[in-house]
Design a protein. Structure first.
Length: 201
């Protein structure tokens, strides 16, 4: 506990079994899901891959981790990971049937499960989830432009909670998504636009 205090960390007490279940649910299963999605991209036609946007990058980013390391991680927690993979396979079977058989109510229910799951993830600093909105800004792909954008947002008095950048394959700009508190989004939009930034409403 003294080491934890010195590091400025917070301790969470779990039994060994609960620890294994927790990391399987929040780390190991997401990694394997990303691996399966990313695997469908390997060898895909170039004209398919040219349409890649931020969504596929978000889902597959962690799949690029070291396979040897992850083989060791999974081997050390195979029981808990295997149980969750079984649950995931069951829901995937239901999803496949729903899509093939046009069972739209079932599909809507599964999509709703995804929304509920994202809302269950703790918010900033472990607190409740706060309503957020995304503000989209075109940023020239030149050194210093992101720093200028963040500087302008800081001067405006809006805290950026998260950021994503999607590079336009046809133009030397990046579409930058600034995630901010919902109550501050409109103010940020107007202020950035007044400073000459190209805003996408």
């Amino acid at each position: 506990m003294r080491l934890i205090d010195v590091c400025g960390a917070m301790a969470t007490r779990l039994s060994p079994v609960e620890h294994d279940k927790a990391v399987a649910r929040t780390s190991h299963l997401p990694h394997l899901a990303a691996v399966l999605v990313a695997g469908r991209l390997a060898g895909a036609p170039p004209d398919h891959l040219a349409l890649s946007g931020q969504g596929v990058r978000d889902v597959t980013r962690i799949a690029a981790s070291d396979p040897v390391l992850w083989q060791q991680i999974l081997a050390a927690n195979s029981q808990a990971v295997g149980e969750l993979l079984g649950e995931l396979r069951g829901r995937l079977d239901v999803l496949i049937d729903a899509v093939h058989n046009d069972e739209w109510e079932t599909l809507r229910s599964i999509l709703g499960e995804g929304v509920a799951g994202t809302l269950a993830i703790p918010g900033k600093h472990g607190g409740p989830v706060r309503p957020m909105l995304s503000v989209f800004v075109s940023v020239p792909d030149n050194p210093g432009e992101l720093a200028r954008l963040f500087g302008d947002a800081g001067e405006i008095g809006v805290n950026i909670e998260d950021v994503h950048i999607d590079h336009d394959p046809g133009r030397p700009v990046g579409l930058t998504e600034l995630v901010v508190e919902e109550s501050r989004a409109e103010h940020l939009l107007d202020a950035l636009e007044s400073r000459g930034w190209t805003i996408h409403r």
